[in-house]
Design a protein around this ligand. Structure first.
Ligand SMILES: Cc1cc2nc3c(=O)[nH]c(=O)nc-3n(C[C@H](O)[C@H](O)[C@H](O)COP(=O)(O)OP(=O)(O)OC[C@H]3O[C@@H](n4cnc5c(N)ncnc54)[C@H](O)[C@@H]3O)c2cc1C
Length: 262
């Protein structure tokens, strides 16, 4: 599934293509302080090789996505193709399957009254959404820092023995994501300042080049040198699921219901 997704996005990111502006093609290096589990899907990536540092590692060609730009692109394709969007909170999927859902008394929505299918991509909401209520779904909190660093044009990650995972991920726009954290069952929804400092410290150790070139030209950079380049701190709850993704079609109802979450 991962590799098919990569191939589709590789095609989308082709120079001159309609979605080129959403993607940055780049070289990626991944370092591991422990041997990577084999077989490893990354060995299928273009230009795969071992960078030869740390205990184990791999280098390859890949892409990064500027997700806000990409979501705009997907939405414009959907709307151009005749799609329309209704934003609302759903209590129970039966209301959608049976076509009894109404936004408000004065909103007509024929699509909602007679859907051809219902596709449930509720993420973490699958835990509480009526008719789904999947207890295997749980939050995996993640925190990142977005920097302005157009001089960084490669990606690098380091997985350490203690479970920390540090990465730098440039976007086409010149912004750079520095991360990250993996915090299962942590529901705290806002960035923690001490985590932001920790991420910047780990990011700078992994790749001193994230600091502005004019500072690096005269001395070693510190995390205080990164602070003026911060665009925003990011934080979110990944929709984790014990047992992995749920991707299946339930038939035998008024319309097919497809589950795609976790
Ligand atoms: C800090 C951070 C960094 C990440 N970095 C990466 C990365 O580099 N690469 C990567 O591939 N992934 C990354 N991820 C993971 C990625 O964001 C998620 O895997 C992805 O967003 C999941 O998509 P989804 O559509 O399944 O769920 P979501 O994006 O969570 O969408 C679920 C949607 O369902 C809606 N919803 C839920 N319940 C209801 C309801 N009852 N009624 C109406 N609407 C409802 C929600 O409002 C939401 O819009 C990152 C996540 C975090 C937090």
């Amino acid at each position: 599934m991962d590799f098919e997704t990569f191939q589709m996005m590789w095609e989308l990111s082709a120079p001159g293509g309609p979605a080129e502006k959403c993607f940055l093609r780049l070289n990626q290096e991944e370092y591991h302080c422990e041997e990577r589990p084999k077989p490893d899907i990354l060995e299928m990536m273009p230009d795969e090789a071992w960078p030869g540092r740390a205990v184990d590692g791999i280098a390859f060609t890949t892409l990064t996505i500027d997700t806000p730009v990409y979501l705009d692109y997907l939405m414009s394709r959907f709307v151009k193709g005749g799609g329309s969007v209704v934003r609302a909170s759903v209590q129970h999927i039966d209301a959608l399957v049976d076509g009894t859902y109404s936004i408000s008394d004065d909103t007509e929505s024929p699509e909602l009254a007679s859907p051809h299918a219902v596709v449930v991509c509720a993420g973490l909401g699958a835990r509480t959404l009526g008719g789904v209520e999947d207890e295997n779904v749980y939050p995996i909190r993640g925190q990142t820092v977005l920097l302005r660093a157009p001089w960084v044009r490669f990606g690098r990650t380091l997985s350490s023995e203690d479970g920390t995972w540090t990465y730098i991920m440039p976007r086409k726009s010149g912004d750079l994501i520095v991360g990250g954290t993996i915090e299962p069952n942590d529901w705290y929804p806002a960035p923690r300042p001490e985590t932001t400092r920790d991420i910047l410290e780990r990011g700078l150790t992994l790749c001193p080049d994230i600091a502005p070139p004019d500072i690096r030209a005269v001395r070693d950079a510190t995390i205080d040198d990164l602070v003026p380049t911060i665009i925003e701190e990011g934080c979110g709850l990944r929709p984790g699921r014990k047992g992995g993704i749920r991707l299946e079609v339930e038939s035998g109802r008024k319309v097919p219901v497809m589950y795609n979450y976790g």
